[in-house]
Structures are given as C-alpha cells and as structure tokens.
Design a protein around this ligand. Structure first.
Ligand SMILES: [Zn+2]
Ligand SMILES: [Zn+2]
Length: 433
C-alpha cells in the first residue's frame, strides 16, 4: 500500500527545529508579558467574509492565496491567512472595549496561504502576533517597537533594524495620493510594470513598494508622504521617532514602506536584517485605527505587528550552527531487566525533584548505553544493574569529567534536589540554550 505523505507546503517539525519554535514562543510569552500583553488563543478557522472585509477583497491574499472551502452546510470558511482579523473579530465579539480602555494581546500559531512553496515559505507557516487596542498615543507605537526589538535581541538576533514610515490619516492622505497620482501620470507608462499601470489609479501608494527595478527607478523622485501629512500626523510620527532617538535605537525612514488598505494609518514599520546577504523583513506592523470600526465594532484605534517564525528560525539556525544543544540532566541506563522497576521509580524521584532526562529500557551493554547517554547530551548518566540493585544504590557518572560515585537510592532525592537548585541558579535566561 502506498504510504500517506504530508500535504504539499505543510511540514512536520521535529527537534531541534521544534525546540526553536518552543524557545521563540517561551521568549515571546516572557517578553511580551513584561509589557502587559496577554495571550489570546484564536481559532484557526473563520468565516471567509472576515478576511474579505478586513484584508480586502481586492488583495492577492484574498483573491489567490486563501485556503477557503465550504463546510457541510455550505458556509464558506477560511483557514486564517494572518492573525489580526481574528483578533479584531474577537475583540469586538467579546466587547473588550467595554471592560478596559486599553487591551493588549499576543498570539502565536500556524497561518495558511496557498502560495508556491519555497525555502522559508510554506503553505502552513507560523507567526507571532501582538495587537494593542484602545489608544492613539504615539508612545504605544514606540513601546511596541522597543518590545519587538527587545524580543528579537532576547532570542539572539541583534543585527536587525526597524524601517519606519508614516501613512498619514484619512484627512491628509487623499491630498498626498492626488499628488502621487499626478507624479505617476507623468511617467512613461511603458517603463512601469503591468501591476503598477493598474495600481496607479486604484492604489497609487502600492506603486512605491513595487520590487520591479524599472518601477523603482521611475519613482525615485516621487513625492514623499512624510512631507505631505497633516500637522497631527507629523507630530505623531516625530513623537515615535523622538522616543527611538532618546533610546539610541538606530532606524531607517523608508518612504516606500506603504500598505495598500485604507484602514492602515500613521506609523508603519518593518524589521529588516542589516547583515549583508540577508534580505526581506522578519516582522511588519503599524497602526490600523480604522479596522475595528470597519468590522462593525466601536471606533477604537489599534496598533500591532506580525513576526514570521520560519524566517526567525532560519536565522537562528544559521547563527547557532555548532552551538550547544539542549542539555537534559540525566540519562538512566538500566543494565538488567530485574532492575527496571526500581530504576523507573528512581527516575520518577529525579523528575519530581526538578530534573529532566530519559531512561533506557533496552538493557544493552554499559558501553553502548554510555554512548547513547552522550548522544542525548545528558549531564549525568545514572547506571543500575544487578549489583546496584542488590545494594539498593545507583552509579552516578558525570559525563564531562567522567567522575563517578555510588549513591544509596535513599539519598537520591537529596542529590537531585541539590542539582535542581544549581540548575535554577544558573538560570534559564539568555540566548538559545
Ligand atoms: Zn493626517
Ligand atoms: Zn511595478
């Protein structure tokens, strides 16, 4: 019979890659939690209409890239292509604005897009996501950027720089778009790509982020939105930048950083790698003050970001090549079947005392079990055979130094307690183990 394989673009994540995801999620919980962000677990499946109304029915994501299907009752459902729409839906549906003036959420998990799979881009991919509802203040935008950069530093990535732009607001953007359209109409249409010729009238700002070289070249002198926004938007943007300046955080202002949809406004940002050779952004976000109302909620401002975990994992793997692997406290080698039950209960004691490790039920030779112990990178190998069982004791061997001692089983809990305390003292903080 033919074996069953995963769906194209969907991956199984084994250790050590899955360890990286756990590490990123744990760090996110710690860092974002330190700013008052609470975890929001959202459904993977939503009504298709949610994404049509939030991301926009005209976008590539909605038109070509969604996993959409009908359920048994003929309702159109979609596997979420991103998290913000669901977070806004949940915020409105649960009347969060009535309970608190400001709500901070973080979420993480799989997202789905029907794209051509390639390195670092899968049809099921993973994102970390933060959303803050309820405040217009530029301080929140800056706090979010500082938090995101702090998170990236905590997972061990410090060669990243934020790029920022302002998108103005619904008061000042139309005039800018008119100025931009007027500029674009003066360009020889033959020098622009087909997409840009179409966008020129419908969504002129999107022309600015076209990656086609001739389009880029033609728009070098395009009017810059920062010079066209209203005094309030200008003040808002300067306040965000002022905080980054006070903090001494390097950043770039990128006038080509735009979003295609109307509800995005004011601060928009991406985090890009500043190391040579790497390209693309690891995270993107900004203000979307109009979305909550657009989806039928109150007029509540919001700011958020999404961070691609596959890209982070690739960068961490490149960086951590050859670095230390996760280190279990023990490997329990059982040499005789008779000793198995006693050893199993001894290992249970070790775990209840705060240590971690696996035990072997294979009763192979000591030599081959020690080899297995070092393969797991355990700090200690505990050994129990007929001789140890007879005197109710266990041999404890330190794998790095080779030092070993025989401990009575009765003292094992104390021994494990001391080890666990030392482990805590060393702390689990810091980069990827
Ligand atoms: Zn404005
Ligand atoms: Zn173009």
């Amino acid at each position: 019979m033919a074996t069953i394989q995963t769906i194209k673009g969907f991956a199984d994540l084994f250790t050590p890659r899955s360890d990286l995801y756990t590490f990123m999620e744990d760090t996110a919980r710690r860092v974002f939690g330190a700013y008052g962000y609470r975890e929001l677990r959202l459904p993977l499946l939503e009504h298709t209409e949610l994404f049509q109304r939030s991301i926009g029915a005209e976008t590539d994501v909605v038109q070509k890239e969604m996993y959409t299907f009908e359920d048994r009752k003929g309702r159109s459902l979609t596997l979420r292509p991103e998290a913000t729409a669901g977070a806004v839906r949940a915020y409105i549906e649960n009347s969060c604005h009535a309970r608190e003036s400001v709500s901070r959420f973080f979420a993480y998990g799989p997202m789905f897009r029907y794209e051509r799979p390639q390195k670092g881009r899968m049809r099921q991919f993973h994102q970390l996501d933060c959303e803050c509802f309820g405040t217009h203040e530029p301080q929140v935008d800056a706090e979010m950027l500082l938090m995101l950069m702090f998170f990236l530093k905590e997972i061990g990535l410090d060669n990243l720089t934020p790029e920022l732009n302002t998108l103005g607001c619904k008061e000042c953007r139309p005039a800018y778009q008119d100025a931009l359209t007027a500029f674009l109409r003066r360009i020889d249409p033959q020098t622009l790509c087909e997409d840009c010729r179409r966008r020129m009238e419908s969504s002129p700002m999107r022309v600015l982020d076209c990656k086609v070289p001739s389009c880029k070249e033609q728009t070098l002198d395009a009017p810059r939105i920062r010079e066209h926004v209203c005094p309030e938007c200008s003040e808002h943007f300067n306040a965000v930048l002022g905080i980054l300046d006070k903090r001494g955080m390097p950043y770039t202002i990128n006038p080509r950083l735009v979003r295609g949809l109307d509800y995005y406004c004011r601060t928009t940002f991406e985090i890009v790698s500043s190391s040579i050779g790497a390209q693309g952004s690891v995270a993107g976000g900004g203000r979307y003050d109009g979305l909550v109302r657009q989806l039928g909620g109150p007029d509540v401002p919001a700011v958020g970001f999404a961070c691609g975990m596959e890209r982070l994992a690739l960068m961490l793997e490149e960086k951590a090549a050859g670095q230390a692997r996760p280190r279990p406290d023990f490997y329990f080698a059982v040499l005789a079947a008779d000793a198995a039950d006693t050893a199993l209960l001894a290992a249970q004691t070790l775990r209840e005392s705060g240590l971690a490790g696996e035990m072997s039920f294979e009763y192979k030779s000591l030599k081959s079990q020690l080899r297995q112990a070092s393969r797991t990178n355990a700090e200690y190998c505990l050994i129990m055979g007929e001789a140890e069982l007879a005197i109710q004791s266990v041999v404890v061997k330190h794998m790095d130094s080779g030092d070993q001692a025989t401990l009575p089983l009765l003292t094992l809990r104390d021994w494990a307690g001391i080890r666990a305390e030392q482990k805590l003292e060393k702390g689990r903080k810091g980069g990827y183990r």
